[in-house]
Every structure is written in C-alpha cells, then in structure tokens.
Design a protein around this ligand. Sequence first.
Ligand code: XBP
Ligand code: MG
Length: 243
Amino acid sequence: MEAVILDVDGTLADSERDGHRVAFNLAFEEFGLDHRWDVEQYGRLLEVTGGQRRLHAYLEDEGMDAAERDELVPRLHARKTELFQELVAEGKVQPRPGTAELLDRLEGEGVRLAVATTGSRGWVAPLLDRFFGLDRFETIVAGDEAPARKPDPAAYVMALEALRLPPSAALAVEDSRNGLLAAHAADLACVVVVNDYTRDHDLEGAALVVDDFGALDVATLRRLCDSGDGGDDDDGGGHRPPA
Ligand code: XBP
Ligand code: MG
C-alpha cells in the first residue's frame, strides 16, 4: 500500500448533521424560504451527493420548476458554502476522533495521503487546512473538479491519476454506500468508518466496516489493501463487491 485516499464529509470531518445541514437551513432563512431540513430528513436527502444536486432534487420534489431552480440553486448554494465555512471557523464542525492520529501514523510510515470528496473546494481546502494542514495531502480532488459525483468513481480515478498509482497500490477510506460504490467503481479496496447517518447502509463488499477510527492502524490498512488481487473483475475477486 503506497497511498490512502480519504473522503471528507462524514469521514475525516463530522460535517453533515451540525454543519452542512445547518448551513443549508441558514441559507434558506436568509433567502426568505420556509424550507428547513431536520436531522432525520437530511439523512434521506444525503442519498443525493453534491449540495447543488441535493437542492435541485429537493426543490423539484417541492414543485419548483427547472427555470426557477436553475436561477436560485447556484446562489443559494454559494451562500450555503460561505455559511458552512463560518460554522467551521466557529468550531461547530470537528474532525472525527482519531483522524489526525491516523494521518500522523500513515505519514510516519511513508504512506502518501490524498483526498477525494464530492464536497465543494470552497470549503474543502479551508476545512482540511484548519483540521490537518493542507500540505500533507499530495492531491485533493473536490466535487468541482470531478466531472461526476459519487457514486461515480471520477474523484477516485482523478486522485489515482494524480498519484500516478494503480488502484491496487492504494486504499480508500469512506463513510457511506455512495462512497464505497465510487471507490469500488475505481477498483479500489475501501474501508468504511460508519457514522449515525450511514450505520444502516448496505456496505456489501467493504474491505472492513468499523464504527470509529480507533479501530484502524497502518498494519490493518496495509493488509486490507495488499490482500486484494488488483481488482481483476474476471475472477470475481479483488476489490469489487461480490457479484
Ligand atoms: C458529501 C456530499 C457533499 C456534502 C455537502 O461529500 O455529498 O455534497 O454533503 O457539500 P463526501 P457541498 O462524503 O464525498 O465528502 O454542499 O459542497 O456539496
Ligand atoms: Mg462522505
């Protein structure tokens, strides 16, 4: 294992319930809209990755036509991104326990670090810099750069290209089914660290599912990455979920 590629929302950062969800609600309020996403409803809305896509899906369900959504969503989402950054700066969003320690241990053993997230670069870079220091990630692929969002593999494929590594030399760390599917579609083995929103997801095919980062050490990650056969799908082995 030469590199670990980490997801952000729900994985490196406990960012959804008290971060993005609150930022969306504050943006709705500022725009004079009476929508409010409660914790349980937001868990369902997370099935749609990407904040703008999530807003489009929700507002379409609420009966807003495409023309009005096309005008509103970019503005609403841009403000939401600013509000989310303010929440991060106020300490309302924290790294998940054990993440900084794991990154230290990985670096200590010469493992290269990268990020592949659906989130917007506008908040991704400042959050990673605040929590971990930006320069420790050799490459960061955010939702803006990837042509498609998870479960599409684009972010992971781009991260592997930037690392100049085959999927067999890297391991993905995710929190959700969409993230696991994206990693597998990029032929990466994937460890899932679940959270309250993703504990009940179908995580079939994950190399390992754990409740927190305390259960992860470099030797375990190395074993899980190196146990695959390069993801050769023909024999049904490797990193892809069982057929
Ligand atoms: C999670 C997402 C993101 C965040 C909101 O991304 O789907 O859309 O919910 O961020 P990941 P934006 O788990 O891949 O990090 O509003 O910037 O999209
Ligand atoms: Mg995630």
